[in-house]
Design a protein around this ligand. Structure first.
Ligand SMILES: NC(=O)c1ccc[n+]([C@@H]2O[C@H](COP(=O)([O-])OP(=O)(O)OC[C@H]3O[C@@H](n4cnc5c(N)ncnc54)[C@H](OP(=O)(O)O)[C@@H]3O)[C@@H](O)[C@H]2O)c1
Length: 286
Protein backbone atom coordinates (compact mmCIF):
# COMPACT_ATOMS: atom_id res chain seq x y z
CA UNK A 1 0.00 0.00 0.00
CA UNK A 2 1.18 3.56 -0.70
CA UNK A 3 0.84 5.47 2.58
CA UNK A 4 1.10 9.22 3.17
CA UNK A 5 2.33 9.64 6.77
CA UNK A 6 1.59 13.15 8.07
CA UNK A 7 3.69 14.04 11.13
CA UNK A 8 6.46 11.54 10.28
CA UNK A 9 8.95 13.32 12.60
CA UNK A 10 6.80 13.27 15.75
CA UNK A 11 7.07 10.68 18.51
CA UNK A 12 4.42 8.38 17.06
CA UNK A 13 5.31 9.26 13.45
CA UNK A 14 8.90 8.07 13.94
CA UNK A 15 7.66 4.86 15.53
CA UNK A 16 5.16 4.23 12.74
CA UNK A 17 8.02 4.58 10.29
CA UNK A 18 10.44 2.32 12.18
CA UNK A 19 7.81 -0.40 12.60
CA UNK A 20 6.74 -0.14 8.94
CA UNK A 21 10.01 -1.71 7.79
CA UNK A 22 9.25 -5.15 6.39
CA UNK A 23 5.51 -4.60 6.03
CA UNK A 24 5.81 -3.97 2.30
CA UNK A 25 4.27 -0.49 2.29
CA UNK A 26 5.60 2.46 0.32
CA UNK A 27 5.97 5.21 2.94
CA UNK A 28 5.73 8.87 1.86
CA UNK A 29 6.54 11.14 4.79
CA UNK A 30 5.56 14.69 5.57
CA UNK A 31 6.24 17.23 8.28
CA UNK A 32 7.02 20.93 8.42
CA UNK A 33 10.77 20.37 8.79
CA UNK A 34 13.01 20.93 5.73
CA UNK A 35 14.37 17.35 6.02
CA UNK A 36 12.93 14.26 7.74
CA UNK A 37 14.39 12.64 10.87
CA UNK A 38 14.43 9.14 9.29
CA UNK A 39 15.09 9.62 5.56
CA UNK A 40 16.22 6.02 5.02
CA UNK A 41 12.75 4.67 5.81
CA UNK A 42 10.90 6.89 3.34
CA UNK A 43 10.52 6.53 -0.39
CA UNK A 44 9.74 10.26 -0.62
CA UNK A 45 9.45 13.23 1.73
CA UNK A 46 7.46 16.48 1.45
CA UNK A 47 7.92 19.45 3.79
CA UNK A 48 4.31 20.62 4.10
CA UNK A 49 2.01 22.36 6.57
CA UNK A 50 -0.89 20.02 7.31
CA UNK A 51 -2.99 23.05 8.24
CA UNK A 52 -3.03 24.38 4.65
CA UNK A 53 -5.78 23.18 2.30
CA UNK A 54 -3.29 23.33 -0.63
CA UNK A 55 -1.31 20.53 1.05
CA UNK A 56 -4.23 18.15 0.64
CA UNK A 57 -4.90 19.22 -2.97
CA UNK A 58 -1.27 18.32 -3.65
CA UNK A 59 -1.58 14.96 -1.86
CA UNK A 60 -4.74 14.06 -3.81
CA UNK A 61 -3.47 15.23 -7.20
CA UNK A 62 0.25 14.45 -7.12
CA UNK A 63 1.00 11.92 -4.36
CA UNK A 64 -2.13 9.79 -4.83
CA UNK A 65 -1.66 7.54 -1.77
CA UNK A 66 -3.97 4.62 -0.90
CA UNK A 67 -4.14 5.84 2.71
CA UNK A 68 -3.46 8.96 4.79
CA UNK A 69 -2.03 8.07 8.20
CA UNK A 70 -2.28 11.19 10.34
CA UNK A 71 0.20 11.41 13.22
CA UNK A 72 0.42 15.22 12.95
CA UNK A 73 -1.33 17.29 15.58
CA UNK A 74 -1.02 20.37 17.77
CA UNK A 75 -0.25 18.29 20.88
CA UNK A 76 0.60 21.08 23.35
CA UNK A 77 -2.60 20.92 25.39
CA UNK A 78 -2.00 24.25 27.17
CA UNK A 79 -0.86 25.84 23.89
CA UNK A 80 -4.21 24.81 22.37
CA UNK A 81 -6.02 26.73 25.12
CA UNK A 82 -3.93 29.85 24.42
CA UNK A 83 -4.17 29.62 20.61
CA UNK A 84 -7.55 28.00 19.87
CA UNK A 85 -7.55 29.11 16.21
CA UNK A 86 -4.32 27.22 15.47
CA UNK A 87 -5.53 24.28 17.59
CA UNK A 88 -8.72 23.96 15.52
CA UNK A 89 -6.90 24.46 12.24
CA UNK A 90 -4.31 21.72 12.85
CA UNK A 91 -6.38 19.26 14.87
CA UNK A 92 -9.78 19.58 13.19
CA UNK A 93 -9.70 21.50 9.88
CA UNK A 94 -6.66 19.64 8.52
CA UNK A 95 -8.48 16.36 9.16
CA UNK A 96 -11.52 17.65 7.26
CA UNK A 97 -9.31 18.47 4.26
CA UNK A 98 -7.74 15.00 4.47
CA UNK A 99 -11.14 13.31 4.44
CA UNK A 100 -12.32 15.56 1.60
CA UNK A 101 -9.57 14.11 -0.63
CA UNK A 102 -11.66 10.91 -0.71
CA UNK A 103 -8.60 8.91 0.42
CA UNK A 104 -9.16 6.72 3.55
CA UNK A 105 -7.83 8.37 6.72
CA UNK A 106 -6.41 6.90 9.93
CA UNK A 107 -6.67 9.47 12.70
CA UNK A 108 -4.95 9.26 16.08
CA UNK A 109 -7.04 10.56 18.97
CA UNK A 110 -6.93 10.81 22.74
CA UNK A 111 -8.64 10.08 26.05
CA UNK A 112 -8.93 13.89 26.38
CA UNK A 113 -12.28 13.46 24.57
CA UNK A 114 -13.51 12.36 28.04
CA UNK A 115 -13.94 14.49 31.16
CA UNK A 116 -12.06 12.13 33.47
CA UNK A 117 -14.94 11.70 35.92
CA UNK A 118 -15.22 7.92 35.45
CA UNK A 119 -12.26 6.40 33.60
CA UNK A 120 -10.94 4.13 32.32
CA UNK A 121 -13.19 4.36 29.29
CA UNK A 122 -14.17 1.94 26.54
CA UNK A 123 -15.31 2.92 23.03
CA UNK A 124 -18.98 3.08 24.08
CA UNK A 125 -18.44 5.56 26.93
CA UNK A 126 -20.04 9.00 26.50
CA UNK A 127 -17.59 11.72 25.48
CA UNK A 128 -17.31 15.11 27.15
CA UNK A 129 -14.09 17.03 26.45
CA UNK A 130 -13.05 19.65 29.01
CA UNK A 131 -10.28 21.34 27.00
CA UNK A 132 -9.92 22.96 23.59
CA UNK A 133 -7.48 20.22 22.58
CA UNK A 134 -9.97 17.52 23.57
CA UNK A 135 -12.78 19.25 21.69
CA UNK A 136 -10.73 19.67 18.51
CA UNK A 137 -9.71 16.01 18.61
CA UNK A 138 -13.31 14.90 19.17
CA UNK A 139 -14.46 16.95 16.17
CA UNK A 140 -11.71 15.34 14.08
CA UNK A 141 -12.94 11.89 15.17
CA UNK A 142 -16.43 12.65 13.89
CA UNK A 143 -15.05 13.97 10.60
CA UNK A 144 -12.90 10.84 10.14
CA UNK A 145 -15.76 8.48 11.00
CA UNK A 146 -18.11 10.26 8.58
CA UNK A 147 -16.31 8.18 5.95
CA UNK A 148 -17.01 4.46 6.24
CA UNK A 149 -13.33 3.72 5.54
CA UNK A 150 -12.15 5.93 8.41
CA UNK A 151 -10.25 4.52 11.39
CA UNK A 152 -9.81 6.40 14.69
CA UNK A 153 -7.32 5.10 17.24
CA UNK A 154 -7.56 6.74 20.67
CA UNK A 155 -4.51 6.54 22.89
CA UNK A 156 -3.04 8.17 26.00
CA UNK A 157 0.25 9.01 27.79
CA UNK A 158 2.48 8.02 24.89
CA UNK A 159 6.20 7.80 25.57
CA UNK A 160 9.40 6.73 23.84
CA UNK A 161 13.12 7.43 23.90
CA UNK A 162 13.54 8.43 20.25
CA UNK A 163 16.13 11.11 19.58
CA UNK A 164 14.72 14.22 17.95
CA UNK A 165 11.16 13.54 19.14
CA UNK A 166 9.74 15.48 22.07
CA UNK A 167 11.05 14.46 25.48
CA UNK A 168 8.68 12.03 27.14
CA UNK A 169 7.87 11.70 30.84
CA UNK A 170 10.10 8.63 31.34
CA UNK A 171 13.11 10.48 29.93
CA UNK A 172 12.35 13.62 31.93
CA UNK A 173 12.17 11.63 35.18
CA UNK A 174 15.32 9.65 34.44
CA UNK A 175 17.37 12.74 33.51
CA UNK A 176 16.14 14.76 36.50
CA UNK A 177 16.86 11.97 38.99
CA UNK A 178 20.25 11.28 37.38
CA UNK A 179 21.08 14.95 37.99
CA UNK A 180 20.14 14.43 41.68
CA UNK A 181 17.20 16.81 41.42
CA UNK A 182 13.67 16.21 42.75
CA UNK A 183 10.78 15.29 40.46
CA UNK A 184 7.31 16.53 41.38
CA UNK A 185 4.67 14.18 39.98
CA UNK A 186 0.90 14.33 40.34
CA UNK A 187 -0.95 11.62 42.20
CA UNK A 188 -4.44 12.53 40.99
CA UNK A 189 -4.20 12.16 37.19
CA UNK A 190 -4.65 8.58 36.06
CA UNK A 191 -3.90 7.10 32.65
CA UNK A 192 -2.14 4.24 30.85
CA UNK A 193 1.55 4.79 29.98
CA UNK A 194 1.84 3.64 26.36
CA UNK A 195 5.08 2.84 24.58
CA UNK A 196 4.99 4.61 21.20
CA UNK A 197 6.46 1.58 19.45
CA UNK A 198 3.68 -0.69 20.74
CA UNK A 199 1.08 1.88 19.71
CA UNK A 200 2.55 1.94 16.20
CA UNK A 201 2.36 -1.88 16.08
CA UNK A 202 -1.27 -1.74 17.17
CA UNK A 203 -2.05 0.68 14.32
CA UNK A 204 -0.34 -1.64 11.79
CA UNK A 205 -2.25 -4.60 13.21
CA UNK A 206 -5.59 -2.80 12.80
CA UNK A 207 -4.68 -1.89 9.22
CA UNK A 208 -3.55 -5.42 8.38
CA UNK A 209 -6.91 -6.71 9.62
CA UNK A 210 -8.76 -4.11 7.52
CA UNK A 211 -10.42 -2.60 10.61
CA UNK A 212 -12.34 0.67 10.44
CA UNK A 213 -14.27 2.64 13.07
CA UNK A 214 -13.14 3.47 16.60
CA UNK A 215 -10.54 1.63 18.69
CA UNK A 216 -8.82 2.30 22.01
CA UNK A 217 -5.11 1.47 22.10
CA UNK A 218 -3.04 2.08 25.24
CA UNK A 219 -0.68 0.36 27.69
CA UNK A 220 -2.00 -2.32 30.05
CA UNK A 221 -1.32 -0.52 33.35
CA UNK A 222 -3.42 2.27 34.79
CA UNK A 223 -1.50 4.60 37.11
CA UNK A 224 -0.75 8.16 38.18
CA UNK A 225 2.31 10.08 37.03
CA UNK A 226 3.65 9.68 40.57
CA UNK A 227 3.51 5.87 40.32
CA UNK A 228 5.01 6.10 36.83
CA UNK A 229 7.93 8.17 38.14
CA UNK A 230 8.51 5.69 40.99
CA UNK A 231 8.68 2.78 38.50
CA UNK A 232 11.17 4.73 36.36
CA UNK A 233 13.34 5.37 39.45
CA UNK A 234 13.20 1.70 40.41
CA UNK A 235 13.95 0.47 36.87
CA UNK A 236 17.03 2.68 36.40
CA UNK A 237 18.23 2.21 40.00
CA UNK A 238 17.77 5.91 40.85
CA UNK A 239 16.82 7.57 44.14
CA UNK A 240 13.04 7.15 44.45
CA UNK A 241 12.95 9.43 47.52
CA UNK A 242 13.51 12.34 45.10
CA UNK A 243 10.08 11.63 43.55
CA UNK A 244 7.67 13.96 45.36
CA UNK A 245 3.89 13.44 45.24
CA UNK A 246 1.86 16.54 44.42
CA UNK A 247 -1.78 17.35 43.80
CA UNK A 248 -2.59 18.82 40.37
CA UNK A 249 -4.55 21.64 42.01
CA UNK A 250 -1.12 23.09 42.85
CA UNK A 251 -0.20 23.43 39.16
CA UNK A 252 -1.51 26.45 37.29
CA UNK A 253 -2.06 24.91 33.87
CA UNK A 254 -4.01 26.65 31.10
CA UNK A 255 -6.01 23.53 30.14
CA UNK A 256 -8.08 21.25 32.38
CA UNK A 257 -7.00 17.58 32.35
CA UNK A 258 -9.19 14.50 32.70
CA UNK A 259 -8.34 13.19 36.19
CA UNK A 260 -9.60 9.60 36.10
CA UNK A 261 -8.78 9.08 32.44
CA UNK A 262 -7.31 6.06 30.74
CA UNK A 263 -8.59 3.60 28.17
CA UNK A 264 -9.96 0.06 28.14
CA UNK A 265 -8.63 -1.80 25.08
CA UNK A 266 -10.69 -5.00 25.08
CA UNK A 267 -12.18 -4.31 21.65
CA UNK A 268 -8.69 -4.16 20.12
CA UNK A 269 -7.72 -7.42 21.83
CA UNK A 270 -10.97 -9.11 20.83
CA UNK A 271 -10.86 -8.05 17.17
CA UNK A 272 -7.13 -8.40 16.50
CA UNK A 273 -5.50 -10.34 19.34
CA UNK A 274 -3.23 -7.35 20.03
CA UNK A 275 -2.41 -6.75 23.72
CA UNK A 276 -0.22 -4.00 25.13
CA UNK A 277 2.36 -4.66 27.81
CA UNK A 278 2.53 -2.95 31.20
CA UNK A 279 5.02 -0.24 32.15
CA UNK A 280 7.75 -2.57 33.55
CA UNK A 281 7.86 -4.54 30.31
CA UNK A 282 7.79 -1.31 28.28
CA UNK A 283 10.79 0.01 30.24
CA UNK A 284 12.65 -3.24 29.57
CA UNK A 285 12.04 -3.12 25.82
CA UNK A 286 12.12 0.65 25.07
N1 LIG B 1 1.80 11.95 23.17
C1 LIG B 1 0.71 11.59 23.85
O1 LIG B 1 0.75 11.37 25.06
C2 LIG B 1 -0.61 11.42 23.13
C3 LIG B 1 -1.72 11.04 23.88
C4 LIG B 1 -2.95 10.88 23.23
C5 LIG B 1 -3.04 11.11 21.88
N2 LIG B 1 -1.94 11.51 21.18
C6 LIG B 1 -2.10 11.76 19.74
O2 LIG B 1 -1.16 10.98 19.05
C7 LIG B 1 -0.77 11.66 17.83
C8 LIG B 1 0.73 11.71 17.74
O3 LIG B 1 1.22 12.47 18.84
P1 LIG B 1 2.76 12.51 19.23
O4 LIG B 1 2.85 12.17 20.65
O5 LIG B 1 3.58 11.78 18.24
O6 LIG B 1 2.99 14.08 19.11
P2 LIG B 1 4.26 14.92 18.63
O7 LIG B 1 5.52 14.19 18.95
O8 LIG B 1 4.03 16.29 19.17
O9 LIG B 1 4.10 14.90 17.05
C9 LIG B 1 3.17 15.68 16.39
C10 LIG B 1 3.77 16.08 15.08
O10 LIG B 1 2.83 16.89 14.38
C11 LIG B 1 3.56 17.89 13.72
N3 LIG B 1 2.76 19.04 13.38
C12 LIG B 1 2.15 19.91 14.22
N4 LIG B 1 1.53 20.86 13.52
C13 LIG B 1 1.73 20.57 12.21
C14 LIG B 1 1.34 21.17 10.99
N5 LIG B 1 0.60 22.30 10.97
N6 LIG B 1 1.74 20.62 9.84
C15 LIG B 1 2.50 19.51 9.83
N7 LIG B 1 2.92 18.89 10.94
C16 LIG B 1 2.52 19.42 12.12
C17 LIG B 1 4.68 18.26 14.67
O11 LIG B 1 5.72 18.85 13.95
P3 LIG B 1 6.49 20.19 14.39
O12 LIG B 1 7.78 19.71 14.96
O13 LIG B 1 6.65 20.90 13.10
O14 LIG B 1 5.62 20.91 15.36
C18 LIG B 1 5.05 16.90 15.24
O15 LIG B 1 6.07 16.30 14.49
C19 LIG B 1 -1.49 13.00 17.88
O16 LIG B 1 -2.68 12.92 17.14
C20 LIG B 1 -1.84 13.19 19.34
O17 LIG B 1 -2.99 13.99 19.50
C21 LIG B 1 -0.72 11.66 21.77
Amino acid sequence: MKIFLAGCDGLLGQNLLRTSAGLGHEMIGSSRHPAPALPGLLSAYHALDAAEPATWDFVRRDVKPDLILNAAAYTDVDGCERDPAQCDRVNRDAVRWMVETGIPVVQISTDYVFDGEAGPYDEEAPVHPISRYGRSKLEAEAITLSSKEGLVVRTTLVWGLEKGAKKSFTEFVRETLEAGKPVRAVTDQIGNPTLARELASAVWTLLARGRTGLYHAAGRDLMSRYEWALQVAEFYGLDASLVRPIDSSGLSLAAARPMNGGLVCEKLARDTGFRFSGLREQLRTA
